[in-house]
Design a protein around this ligand. Structure first.
Ligand SMILES: NC(=O)c1ccc[n+]([C@@H]2O[C@H](COP(=O)([O-])OP(=O)(O)OC[C@H]3O[C@@H](n4cnc5c(N)ncnc54)[C@H](OP(=O)(O)O)[C@@H]3O)[C@@H](O)[C@H]2O)c1
Length: 228
């Protein structure tokens, strides 16, 4: 039996990740800001080997408390999924307060969660960390401006992933950045072409196929390696 911790599991991609791993027999620790309000998550995990935990990823004390509560349980896979898009990001009208909040959520928080769970992941059989990033953070793929907040945050996250891959290699931990596709969620919108189920199936395949030789790289949900 393998165990996974997932952040931002109340809806969207995180909810589907929790549902899919639990249905596949994994032990799931699904984290969200408001467990009492996460009815769809509770329903998805009914009868499964799963627990829902309160976690606002921008709260350092909450991260520490969860890591302590789960210690010394080995965690095979940590998925840093929670993320936000932010407000106005066009040149000349950037929302600075939002920019700071997005960096706290999308860049600093995933690092902090990873740092807290290194002992759990290092003690597991699989030893994997996956970070839900985006092609939007790929500097090589930028074709327009006006993406200061979200795009810079995912570029920052990608650099966190590369650094973690180097720092955690000695403990046998594989660290991956993933692009889920443009997915039909609250963030992706109703016109997005990829269903959460298709995205999650693809990302799960990439995670399962990725050993240490892939640590510190960016992959899309279809199994294609993406440029930084
Ligand atoms: N959808 C896409 O097309 C797409 C494409 C590329 C990358 N991504 C990335 O995929 C990830 C998931 O996105 P999504 O499409 O599922 O978005 P979503 O539907 O907006 O869901 C975002 C999730 O993140 C959680 N979250 C936000 N801030 C949080 C915080 N401070 N602490 C804990 N949880 C927090 C939300 O919780 P609440 O319910 O409490 O708000 C929610 O569960 C994000 O990192 C996003 O950047 C998405």
């Amino acid at each position: 039996m393998s165990t996974v911790v997932i952040s931002g599991a109340s809806r969207g991609i995180g909810l589907e990740l929790a549902r899919a791993y639990a249905a596949d027999g994994w032990r799931v620790h699904a984290c969200c800001r408001d467990p009492a309000g996460a009815e769809e998550l509770a329903h998805a995990l009914e009868g499964r080997d799963a627990q829902v935990h309160p976690l606002d990823v921008t709260e350092a004390s909450a991260i520490g408390a969860l890591a302590a509560a789960l210690s010394p349980e080995p965690i095979d896979l940590l998925i840093n999924n929670a993320g936000i898009f932010g407000g106005e990001q066009d040149f000349g009208s950037v929302d600075y307060a939002s920019w700071e909040q997005v960096w706290r959520t999308n860049v600093i928080a995933p690092y902090r969660v990873a740092e807290a769970f290194v002992p759990h992941v290092a003690a597991s059989g699989l030893r994997r960390m996956a970070f839900v990033s985006s092609i939007s953070g790929s500097i090589a793929s930028v074709d327009a401006g006006g993406g200061y907040i979200y795009q810079s945050s995912k570029t920052g996250l990608n650099m966190v992933v590369v650094n973690l891959a180097r720092d955690l290699a000695g403990r046998g931990i594989t660290v991956l950045a993933l692009h889920p596709g443009w997915v039909r969620t609250d963030m992706g919108g109703a016109q997005a072409p990829v269903s959460p189920e298709e995205s999650i199936a693809g990302m799960r395949r990439v995670i399962a196929e990725s050993g240490p030789e892939r640590s510190g790289t960016l992959w899309d949900y279809r199994g294609e390696r993406l440029p930084w």
